[in-house]
Ligand binder design. Sequence first.
Ligand code: GLN
Length: 482
Amino acid sequence: MDITNISAYEMHEKFLNEEVTAVELVNAHLENMEKLKELNAFITINKEEALERAKILDEKLASGAEMGVLAGIPISLKDNISTKGIRTTCGSKMLENYIPPFNATVVELIEAEDGIILGKTNLDEFAIGSSTESSYFGATKNPVDNNLIAGGSSGGSTVAVKSRQMPLSLGTDTGGSVRQPASYCNVVGIKPTYGAISRFGVVSMANTMDQVGVVGRNVRDTSLLLKTLMKKDTRDGTSYKKSEEVLKNLDVNKNYDFKGIKVGVLKTIGDYKLDEIVARDFEKAVEMVKSLGGQVEEISMDSLKYAPACYHVLSTAEVSSNLARFDGLRYGYRSEKYETTEELFRNSRQEALGKEVKRRILFGTYVLLNENKKEYYEKALKVRRLIADEYSEMLSKYDVLMTPTTPTIPFELGTNSDNTEIQYNSDIFTVGVNLAGICAISVPFDKEEAAPVGIQFIANKFEEDKLIKAGLAFEGGNVDEL
Ligand code: GLN
């Protein structure tokens, strides 16, 4: 039996029952990683340490000690999550050789539950992007079709999970970076409520929207890792105690349906057109939710047509401030060509940052200029409030909202790398969720379909339980019958 072809839950159970050792689990995934190198899902593979840790876990089990809920499960992390002693590059030349002296809180939580960290996944530089093409370490390829983009910015994480190089992986989602690549790679991706998971040790892109998210091959696996991470952390002032209660009593082994669930269906935003395939699959998905008992109503949300513009004003402002620390003095790359301190800053940033990152920094600096602040930044803050209020109103009427995760299916690698309009619009259904700080999940419409389409369910703050139930119900429905 191929042990990489089962769920994370089953891996854990087989490990506990001594049907497979942790070392065997790690080796089986390492083998796939070696075979599928050309997909470029990983920047760093943590082979020696992971095998060492697996050995310790095997011994711990043999000694009869109580095991953690993730025991034996290999897990990868997007490479903007700090790992003590393992380089953390953010997909940038700037941090090519940066080795953090500390672990992110999420790393500590995984290790405390006996999970095994096996690799750091590829990403768009500093999590800025929608295709994982802007990584300094080269683009990641989509396992569904190697000519297609993986989506981004957590493309390495979704590709690793889809191609069975890893059963579970962490990404980060600031505007859609977990859900959009999950949709493009036919896997499950969840973006929790802002403040649900600690951001301590996660390199900031736009700190008022960033959240760690989980990628898995099914909803149940995804919820297992999510639950482990939803903890208050005193080292992150934006993390909430409430987070710990949300999934406490959820039974993921039950069969869920949509009976009694009010679903607000959002098919379009403004006059934006969906791809034909996405529109067709989304219609079928809505029919399926209805057939599973959902009380479905079509809705429209006027403020969302401003969400991408609002997102880009606010996120770039935050990017320009957060990335100011990469100046050649404190972290990472330092240019050799300088005489003055000013030249040191300028040349280090010029030589080590990529085109898209520079574009965002420039844009963000522009909207924050004294003469522009009122016109752009402050206006965008007001629009953000309108968007959050409209979601709030909708979520007081409906349990969950349902949308396509992306308006299109993935495009071919290299064809739109520099087309900001196409790249930015791929997040049209996802960015609003980050602006409002609420939670959402992307579930594949049909895991085996050659043209990947994801269905997004959105719920209010700290209602991840509703997302998991909706996801489980959707997954359990039989698409083929429609
Ligand atoms: N694609 C979006 C962007 O480029 C989102 C990025 C993210 O969620 N990290 O800004």
